[in-house]
Design a protein around this ligand. Sequence first.
Ligand code: ADP
Ligand code: MG
Length: 337
Amino acid sequence: MIRILEKEVADKIAAGEVVDRPLSIVKELVENSIDAGASAITVEIKKGGKTYIRVTDDGSGIEADQVETAFLRHATSKISQARDLESIETLGFRGEALASISAVSRTEIITKPAAAAAGVRLVIEGSHPAEKEMTGCPDGTTIVVRDLFYNTPARQKFMKSDATESSLVIEFVSQIALAYANLKIRLISNGNLLFTTPGRGDRHKNILTVFSREISDDLIPVRAEKDYLSLEGYISGPGQSRATRKHQIFFINGRVVNSKILQKGISQAYSDKLFEGRFPVAFLFLRADPAVLDVNIHPNKREVRFNDEAFVTEFVHHALRQALLSRESIPEVKEKD
Ligand code: ADP
Ligand code: MG
């Protein structure tokens, strides 16, 4: 007997592709806030996001009569026809995130466009709208996701400890705070404010705010340009090296990437200054002509490939070398793990 699955079952299955842990929910919600033109975004989680995730923004908001539609599958305001797929400028466009999230949690949205006199509050439990009312609220959108996977116990089991789930969320929000230095990003976990970035586009300030407890403030600025490449960022002197690459974060054209090329450029620049297995702190923002790189290596877009990898490695190596030389005369004493 072949049958079409009920909508609720189909929704749960589809949700598994978009939402697999708190991190993926935070990512979808934050990307929606960025797409909505927010200038300030607050992320709050409890228990690693398993019981509570809240994302609040001051973006465009959603009209009261559209708010249920936003939770339907393939409902999006970001594209309307097939040819729009060729020129996507938003982070989202599939119209699946809110449908998926609300299928596997108790979701609440409070939203108000600036032009509306009042906002609206809607609660959706496992895809079913449960409550709707008009309410006074600030301009923008707040989405609260409670009890993730309460109705799909098999998925619940796949989540790791609160500590692991929260560290993934913290890592992601930190990267967003660095990549979007013009946004005010606030992160709260179990009631503790972890950081608030000033949102004035000052990368150095943001790095220090986000990693205040982990890195010292004597970072060395990097700035270089050559042909189709430009590099900006901050590195530490060899004295502030680590046993892992945790404090090496790379952005290529605004996206966080894992880049062997940049790692190689770094190790070449420090080759006579650091022992094997020691890694300097490095926050590098590389811009490259999109024509020379391929971002579609992996669906998560974390991998990129350059046409001329040797050229890029050399460029990074020299840029960092130059930056280190400029600091050579200052003695380095700090060691930290
Ligand atoms: P997508 O982002 O792919 O369009 P989503 O399911 O994430 O799909 O969101 C559906 C729609 O809901 C969006 O297209 C947008 O119109 C609206 N929306 C979602 N989040 C927000 C937000 N924070 N502010 C304003 N509108 C939002
Ligand atoms: Mg989205």
